[in-house]
Design a protein around this ligand. Structure first.
Ligand SMILES: Nc1ncnc2c1ncn2[C@@H]1O[C@H](COP(=O)(O)OP(=O)(O)O[C@H]2O[C@H](CO)[C@@H](O)[C@H](O)[C@H]2O)[C@@H](O)[C@H]1O
Length: 424
């Protein structure tokens, strides 16, 4: 790959890049966790929201003109962006702008596919006069230097560059799957194929699109117009736009390993869709391990967020029968662990764990109160839950499945609504 490491040549182009973060999808596989939030606003890693990773990547990469396209249950997302991401200075032509679906085009439609979400905002996008448009999803957790991807796009003179990563063949039908030539030009692209093609020489891997695209701006405008004039289109980048370009324009594949921001000793190129209950639990719990796959303590690539000012976490009582402690765990601000034991767990802000509780291998979202003598194993407790004293979850699969949502791999999701039904 001929990527220039000369950031000086890329920097002015980054300033002429507009990032558009697609944040409108529902993410229904997260079950009740997306009842109140769009997936990009779902809390992650104790104090962040999922969208903070894509937005922080933009800022760390030097892209400071960003639009966030919202639609589904956008209230908490909009609030988060307004409270936490208002620090860019319009006077320097820097901004994060919210672009809600507002039926701006003649058809009075909400955003249809991802391409339609961009098309409906074309007048706003054009008014910023970008040279390049970087299109991102707001629902993945990863650290990536988009500057390196832009350098590759420029060096190869591409019309559009698609970021890609090798995934297990068994999972590949959930992605756009591509084939490339020796110079990493995309020669085939199948969106969510039933029978994905493996990477040549690697029968158990497929090359998947990450849903991250850099377009030359005018080229993007032209393609969106062509797509919007079609009748048999779902107005989607993965389903329609990208496949329509193959063989007619220069579509370049950019491999994630060339722009992934790694830390010493990292085991993988971390890019996670935390979009199922199991994946969400696993990615959160991984952060409590001694050397997690994702380093959120790296001050050379900080992840920014909004969080209310809260008092420090507090641990009280120290007798043998009643000791307030948490080990192999992350405990956020505002938490009080009072005479209870927490192991291998992640507690978000303002969680109270009361005396004689045992919380193990669990993810507890903000503002929960866990009553005395409760025992939780391998649970996700949704925001604002009041766990009644003595409740036991995670020990009897049949009972859990009856009262709560139990995932295939045995994670119990508990929500306030489910608890209300128990009372009644
Ligand atoms: N109507 C709408 N308005 C605004 N935002 C919307 C939207 N519909 C979805 N979004 C947002 O756009 C992003 C992509 O959502 P998609 O549902 O298109 O992703 P999908 O995973 O199916 O495929 C895509 O992403 C995977 C990688 O995850 C690729 O492999 C695949 O080719 C590609 O199509 C998400 O952040 C979502 O929130």
């Amino acid at each position: 790959m001929s990527v220039s490491n000369d950031n000086l040549s890329v920097n002015p182009r980054l300033r002429r890049t507009l990032a558009l973060v697609l944040a409108g999808g529902r993410g229904s596989r997260l079950k009740s966790l997306t009842d109140w939030h769009a997936k990009p606003a779902v809390p992650f890693a104790g104090k962040f929201r999922i969208i903070d990773f894509a937005l922080s990547n933009c800022i760390n990469s030097g892209i400071r003109r960003i639009g966030v396209l919202t639609q589904y249950k956008a209230h908490t997302l909009i609030q988060h962006i307004q409270r936490g991401w208002g620090f860019l200075r319009g006077e320097f032509n820097e901004f994060i702008e919210l672009l809600p679906a507002q039926q701006r085009t003649d058809g009075e439609n909400w955003y249809k596919g991802t391409a339609d979400a961009v098309f409906q905002n074309l007048d706003i996008i054009r008014a910023h006069h970008p040279e390049f448009v970087l299109i991102l999803a707001g629902d993945h957790v990863y650290k990536m230097d988009y500057g390196k991807m832009l350098a590759h796009h420029l060096a190869e003179g591409a019309d559009v560059t698609v970021a890609c990563i090798e995934v297990p063949l068994a999972d590949a039908s959930g992605f756009g799957v591509m084939a490339v030539d020796d110079a990493d030009n995309v020669i085939r692209f199948d969106e969510k194929p039933a029978h994905p093609q493996p990477v040549p020489g690697k029968p158990d891997k497929a090359l998947a699109s990450m849903g991250i695209y850099i377009f030359n701006a005018q080229f993007l405008y032209d393609q969106l117009k062509i797509d919007s004039d079609q009748s048999d289109t779902e107005n989607d980048f993965g389903k329609n736009i990208i496949p329509s370009l193959i063989g007619r324009h220069k579509v370049l594949a950019h491999r994630f390993q060339h722009s992934c921001v790694m830390h010493d000793g990292a085991r993988e190129h971390y890019w996670r869709d935390v979009g199922t209950v199991d994946a969400y639990w696993e990615a959160n719990i991984d952060l409590t391990t001694v050397t997690p796959s994702l380093n959120i303590y790296d001050d050379s690539w900080p992840i920014w967020t909004y969080q209310a000012q809260l008092p420090p976490a507090k641990f009280v009582f120290d007798s043998d029968t009643r000791r307030g402690m948490a080990v192999d765990s992350m405990v956020s601000g505002g938490c009080i662990i009072s005479g209870a034991v927490v192991r291998r767990s992640l507690l978000y802000s303002n969680v109270r764990v009361n005396s004689y509780c045992l919380v193990e291998d669990s993810v507890v979202l903000p503002d929960c109160d866990i009553g005395r003598h409760a025992r939780l194993q391998k649970c996700i407790v949704d925001q604002g839950c009041v766990i009644p004293p003595g409740l036991v979850a995670g020990e009897d699969p049949a009972l859990d499945a009856k009262r709560f949502y139990r995932s295939e791999s045995g994670i119990t999701l508990i929500t306030a609504d489910m608890l209300k039904k128990l009372e009644g």
